[in-house]
Design a protein around this ligand. Structure first.
Ligand SMILES: [Zn+2]
Ligand SMILES: [Zn+2]
Length: 213
């Protein structure tokens, strides 16, 4: 899907190479790279409208690493009513404790599926609390945790997931967007269409466009 994208190597952090200073990134990612990053795991309608500005630090902690910082980007995603690009300003505040994972190595023929694309549900996906508490003691309910694989923290991937998770569920291109006519699909923001008023259930309206040969 899409074209191959090289992730920005500055955002791949080798944990073993971290010194006491840790890692930091105070820079921008060009909008084309951000759009490519957002679509990395499959087609997406989300595009960056401006460079992503990030200020991030990563430090070793006894059981793993800690990623902190902020990132801002303005993206466009389809309006929930008319599908026109609707801008959304995303402001991320990241405070993430990451534990070393088992690694990406999988035996040949392992039937387990590849990692699912990030979904809004992913926000709730965390290591079992008991397992985390075994490592670090009682965990604050609000602490966000995750894992990294192969000794490398993929900060680009973390940014990708967080931007998509922060997108509002129902984005609108303008206040009071009138949406599309359920019968003819006309953009009602451009003016009324010529469809007669009808009590058609909008869920069935799509069927009106089906023609059988
Ligand atoms: Zn709209
Ligand atoms: Zn219409």
């Amino acid at each position: 899907m899409g074209f191959p994208v090289e992730k920005d190597p500055r955002l791949l952090v080798d944990v073993d190479a971290l010194d006491g200073e840790g890692w930091s990134f105070h820079d921008q990612l060009p909008e084309a790279s951000v759009t490519a990053l957002l679509g990395l795991h499959g087609p997406t309608d989300v595009k960056a409208l401006a460079p992503l500005v990030a200020s991030l630090t990563l430090h070793k902690i006894p059981q793993g690493v800690r990623l902190d910082g902020t990132a801002q980007v303005t993206v466009a995603a389809p309006c929930a009513r008319c599908l026109a690009p609707a801008p959304a300003e995303i402001n991320l505040k990241i405070g993430l404790t990451l534990f070393p994972g088992a690694g990406p190595v999988r035996a040949a023929g392992d039937p387990s599926p590849p990692p699912a694309p990030a979904s809004r549900k992913a926000k709730k996906r965390r290591p079992p609390r008991a397992a985390v508490e075994d490592l670090v003691g009682p965990v604050d309910e609000d602490v966000e945790t995750g894992s990294y694989q192969g000794g490398v923290v993929d900060v680009a991937e973390i940014l990708r997931e967080h931007v998509l998770l922060e997108l509002p569920m129902a984005l609108h291109c303008r206040p009071g967007c009138r949406g599309l006519c359920p019968s003819c699909g006309a953009d009602l923001n451009q003016g009324p269409c010529s469809c007669p008023p009808s009590p058609t259930d909008p869920r069935l309206a799509a069927l009106a466009h089906i023609t059988l040969d």
